[in-house]
Design a protein around this ligand. Structure first.
Ligand SMILES: [Zn+2]
Length: 395
């Protein structure tokens, strides 16, 4: 989430999104005062001419099961069953873009001054504010775990109302059937493991709630260790070191997006299975506080993992099709084609160069940049499909 546009220090932009999220919680205004702007408006698609799609690219794109490791449409009160002219994702645009799989991120806590450089974990929580103001079930008001489960239930509601267009996958078999039936496979991802509320027993509660990807940190240091944007930049705590093996045993995939580099290396030292970085930029291509060093991402790849390249400006320095393409080409050269995937952060509260319906434009741009068809198919979806087909639980 919320890798909102920022300059180094980024406080201002953080305030914009936190304000947007908080505004979403404002009670309806009785009088005829001007309505506050729709908080969803932070999810802009930057104005652009239609991206060119060569005939070769269109033909290739039609054969790709497009897959994305991280998006936050569940954060907003948008009807994802209809084609919206706001935001980056909904079911119709996922179908137009050729998506076979989308990770749906659930955000359960966000300090008011969340920023990329140094976030105080104890500076309130706009998600708790929203739970109250938007009248979420009372049990969500004081529980990060219950807010995470509420987010998962939101996707289950969309699944039910989608008349089979979207199917939440929990096992290899679910994914195989979704691919066979050409429906969109949705994977539930928790952005940070703070919903565990410091208890190992909550790993099974999250799993039973439908989550299959467990991010360890978000914008702030938590019980498991340091965030990339926290105050300590520390490694895994003893609790964090106990979570990794138990989460793997339970069948959860570990995600170290937003984790401190010390946590990344500590996790790689313990994890028995490959891990992912669901949405990130690469410091060697774009040196911002949001991005992770080439060495850390290379270590994740050498451990068999998958890195999702993002599209927003702190990830690629300028949110353009050109920069997204260059960042992916850089990642392929650095990490190897089998370790690179898409990690858009669509609807993460950031302006984007394109939306989910325009993925053929990225396929075309990657071909124009000189990647061969096999590599383009791998990056655009096959790597992620292979990864989830391998590491989702058998049953
Ligand atoms: Zn994020």
């Amino acid at each position: 989430m919320g890798d909102f546009r920022r300059t180094v220090g980024g406080m201002a932009a953080a305030a914009t999104l936190v304000a947007a999220l908080s505004a979403a919680a404002l009670p309806a205004r009785a009088d005829d005062a001007p309505k506050p702007p729709n908080p969803d408006s932070v999810n802009r698609v930057l104005p652009h001419a239609p991206y060119p799609v060569s005939a070769r690219a269109r033909a290739l794109h039609a054969t790709i099961p497009v897959a994305d490791l991280h998006a936050d449409p569940l954060l907003w009160n948008r009807d994802l069953l209809k084609r919206n002219d706001i935001g980056h994702i909904d079911i119709p645009r996922l179908r137009e873009g050729g998506f076979a799989l989308q990770d749906f991120s659930v955000v359960s806590k966000s300090p008011r001054s969340a920023n990329y450089v140094k976030t105080d974990a104890n500076d309130g929580d706009v998600m708790a504010d929203r739970a109250r103001a938007e009248h979420w079930p009372r049990k969500t008001w004081n529980s990060v775990l219950q807010r995470a489960l509420y987010g998962a239930d939101k996707l289950k509601g969309i699944e039910k109302r989608s008349h089979g267009q979207l199917r939440i996958v929990r096992t290899k078999g679910d994914l195989r059937r979704a691919l066979h039936d050409h429906v969109i496979a949705g994977v539930l991802l928790s952005e940070g493991a703070h919903p565990l509320e410091g208890k190992l027993s909550n790993i099974k509660v999250m799993y039973d709630g439908g989550f299959r990807v467990l991010g360890l940190q978000h914008f702030f240091d938590n019980e498991l260790g340091g965030s990339l944007h926290g105050e300590s930049h520390g490694g895994l705590t003893p609790f964090g070191k106990a979570v990794i093996p138990q989460a793997e045993k339970q069948g959860l995939i570990i995600d170290v997006a937003h984790s401190s580099e010390a946590v990344v290396f500590d996790t790689l030292a313990i994890a028995k299975r490959p891990i992912i970085v669901s949405h990130t930029g690469i410091k060697g291509y774009c040196n911002t506080p949001r991005n992770v060093s080439d060495a850390a991402l290379k270590a994740v790849a050498d451990h068999g993992g998958l890195i999702g390249v993002g599209y927003w400006d702190a990830a690629v320095c300028e949110p353009t099709m050109k920069n997204v393409t260059e960042a992916i080409v850089y990642a392929v050269k650095l990490l190897g084609p089998e370790h690179v995937a898409l990690g858009s952060d669509f609807d993460g509260g950031v302006p984007m160069p394109f939306d989910a319906s325009e993925m053929a434009g990225l396929t075309s741009s990657l071909l124009d940049a000189g990647l061969d068809e096999k590599t383009v198919k791998m990056v655009m979806g096959e790597n992620a499909i292979r990864f989830f087909s391998t590491y989702l639980p058998a049953k």
